[in-house]
Design a protein around this ligand. Structure first.
Ligand SMILES: Nc1ncnc2c1ncn2[C@@H]1O[C@H](COP(=O)(O)OP(=O)(O)OP(=O)(O)O)[C@@H](O)[C@H]1O
Length: 250
């Protein structure tokens, strides 16, 4: 059996009386695009926070490939290839897209604090940054200040920054949050086209986008996994219709 890119085994977490993760075991194979859906407060962001090490599980295990990362710090997980983006934009408005991504590559290459030694490699870093921007259809905007980019392009730039860390697994927390509907399909089509070396798990509320771009869907309710399946299975499951599609979230 092939080893999944990312897996959790029986993760549990409570905040006081509130159970936010109940015996969660999921497995994301290499190269797949998984959607994590569920009503508000289901525990989706908490699960990403557990996987990335921002919060510690009470019990259970998190595996990145064959490595047990349960006790690694967030930055150690990033170095091993588990990288995330956030619901809220965290960009530098005055830097150009190319400068931002080049800086992120310098950081990855440990050049940020020793720039005088690394001058010759800046050119390579900038070339790599440009290739990343091109792969996300941002090549034509590489030299524009971030504040001038459309919001959907800014969200793509965040993904570009995540790609600068050379992820094996990319966790995207509502990558289209705040993006006008007409830009969100474009954004997800770019995500769908990312290299198949990268596994993607994304949180998204827009079911049209989820059904179109996810290869599999995990449904969370009340801190637990309700079920997992293909878009077709999920869209026709009466339990999902009841708890999610029919109700709690617009
Ligand atoms: N640090 C914390 N301390 C206490 N409770 C928390 C903490 N973080 C999250 N929660 C609670 O855990 C539950 C799950 O929250 P979470 O943000 O993971 O849900 P979600 O499924 O991502 O929701 P949304 O779709 O609204 O983003 C919520 O009831 C939330 O209030």
């Amino acid at each position: 059996m092939t080893v999944p890119a990312l897996a959790t085994r029986n993760i549990n977490k409570r905040f006081g009386q509130l159970v936010v993760a109940r015996d969660i075991s999921i497995s994301v194979p290499r190269g797949e695009r998984y959607a994590l859906i569920g009503p508000n407060g289901a525990g989706k962001t908490t699960l990403i926070n557990l996987m990335t090490g921002m919060i510690t599980p009470d019990s259970g295990q998190i595996m990145l490939g064959e490595t047990d990362i349960t006790h690694l710090k967030p930055d150690q997980r990033v170095k091993r290839g588990l990288v995330r983006t956030f619901q809220i934009n965290t960009l530098f408005p005055n830097l150009s897209a190319l400068e931002s991504v080049t800086l992120a590559i310098c950081e990855r290459n440990k050049e940020a604090g020793t720039w005088w030694k690394a001058l010759p490699s800046y050119r390579n870093d900038a070339d790599e940054a440009y290739e990343i921007l091109k792969s996300l259809r941002l090549g034509d905007h590489a030299y524009r200040p971030t504040r001038e980019l459309a919001y959907g392009q800014q969200r793509l730039l965040e993904i570009a920054l995540a790609l600068a860390s050379k992820p094996q697994v990319l966790l995207l927390d509502e990558p289209a949050a705040g993006v006008p509907p007409e830009e969100s399909a474009e954004l997800f089509s770019v995500i769908a086209e990312l290299s198949k070396d990268i596994s993607v798990l994304f949180i998204e509320h827009d079911m049209n986008v989820v059904f179109r771009f996810a290869s599999r869907i995990i449904v969370m309710v009340g801190g637990a996994i309700l079920l997992e399946g293909t878009p077709k299975e999920i869209s026709t499951d009466p339990r999902v219709r009841e708890v999610y599609l029919g109700g709690a979230h617009p």
